[in-house]
Design a protein around this ligand. Sequence first.
Ligand code: AMP
Ligand code: MN
Ligand code: MN
Ligand code: MN
Length: 290
Amino acid sequence: MWYITRLKIIFEKKVIVDLHSHTTASDGILTPTELVKRATDNQINMLAITDHDTIKGLPEAKETIVRENLPVKLIYGVEISTIWKNSEIHIVGLNVDIENSQLLELLLAQEKGRIDRAISISEKLAKVNIHDAYQQAQQYSKGDIVSRAHFARFLVANGYVKDMKRAFKKYLGKGGYAYVPANCCGIADAINAIHSAGGQAVLAHPSRYDLTLTKLKLLISEFKTFGGDAIEVSQSRQTQDDLQKLAKLANEFELLASQGSDFHDLVNYLDLGKTTPLPGSVTPIWHDWV
Ligand code: AMP
Ligand code: MN
Ligand code: MN
Ligand code: MN
């Protein structure tokens, strides 16, 4: 009967899935090569790299997996910044064709919008006597994307604030001295570009937008109307209650469920693959992936 036990072990083997992560192509701290190696160390079976407004880390990640024959399936992803009723909402695209022209056009516009925003942030910082911030933030960015996380790292490294959280509170976040609203597309534009590239659109970390339940439901319902496919149910920095609430919302709006660590670094996020598994009540977005 040993083979029955063996079969049971094979079928019960947990599949580890992480569908949200960042590399140095945006504001993660690991290069694409280091990230896929860490995913392998953490025994992840399926990993999506979802850098902010760029797909430029993906070819290196793929090359490393092929060259080193790593046992991880790479999902081509992207996390697109959008604006919805004054809130910055992130839409993750999964299984996108990274040569699709509509997606590439949108990402190019997003990249330009980020440069304009970074210049405005820098001008505001100069008014409080923090000079050359744009050039400094660029030193912290190893790719083409400049994010407020790069400004925050510069502010921390130079002693203006103690940590990233304070950098956002005092300078970069809403209400901060150097806050500048994002210069990006709308939710429908992001969903359309993802679909045009053959991917699925996921509403990222729904609980991190500081919305009331009523407003969150409005967001999810508009996301669904625009053709959105899934919401992240299991993510970093989350209580069990929150996970259950999101699982209910996924079912209420007939959306698939996704999960991802949003790994950037080990200080502010969970490690790769360490999110709580999805509850049995939801349908995982990968249920019909081959
Ligand atoms: P941006 O895409 O330029 O608006 O920058 C937002 C990025 O800054 C997020 O993707 C996070 O990586 C980072 N971030 C935002 N708020 C915080 C915070 N309170 N502490 C640390 N990092 C943050
Ligand atoms: Mn980030
Ligand atoms: Mn995000
Ligand atoms: Mn993210």
